[in-house]
Design a protein. Structure first.
Length: 121
C-alpha cells in the first residue's frame, strides 16, 4: 500500500489527532492544504478504501497505527528490493551513509532485543 506525499501528510494529521470528527478533519485539511470539504472527503474515502482508516458515523480513527504502517512499508521495500535481506539493505545504505557510533549502538540494541524475544517464546 503506497501513499503519495499529500496522502501521507493527510494520514499524519489523522494519526496525530485521532479519533476526530469529520468536521474537525475538514477544518484541519482546510488549514493545512487549503482544501474544500469535498476534497477532504474524497481523500478520506480513498484512505478508508485502502484499509488505513475508518469513518464510523462521522468519527475517523485508524485501523492501522502509524508505526505499523511504516513497519509494513519498510518490510515491503526490503523484500522487493533486497530479496528480504536486512543485512543487504544495511550494507547498501552504509556504502554512502556511514553509520555513526550512536546508530551502531542502537542497531546492536535492537538486534540484542530481537534475540531475547525469540528465546522468550
Amino acid at each position: 500500500m503506497n501513499l503519495g506525499a499529500i496522502e501521507s501528510r493527510f494520514a499524519d494529521i489523522i494519526w496525530s489527532k485521532e479519533p476526530l470528527t469529520t468536521g474537525e478533519l475538514v477544518k484541519l485539511a482546510e488549514k493545512e492544504f487549503n482544501w474544500k470539504r469535498t476534497t477532504t472527503y474524497t481523500i478520506l474515502k480513498r484512505l478508508c478504501e485502502k484499509g488505513l482508516f475508518v469513518n464510523n458515523s462521522g468519527t475517523v480513527s485508524s485501523l492501522i497505527s502509524r508505526d505499523d504502517f511504516f513497519a509494513r512499508q519498510s518490510e515491503d521495500f526490503i523484500n522487493e528490493t533486497f530479496s528480504g535481506s536486512l543485512p543487504a539493505f544495511i550494507a547498501a545504505f552504509s556504502k554512502r551513509n556511514k553509520l555513526k557510533d550512536a546508530d551502531v549502538k542502537k542497531l546492536q540494541e535492537l538486534i540484542d532485543g530481537m534475540k531475547e524475544d525469540r528465546y522468550d517464546e
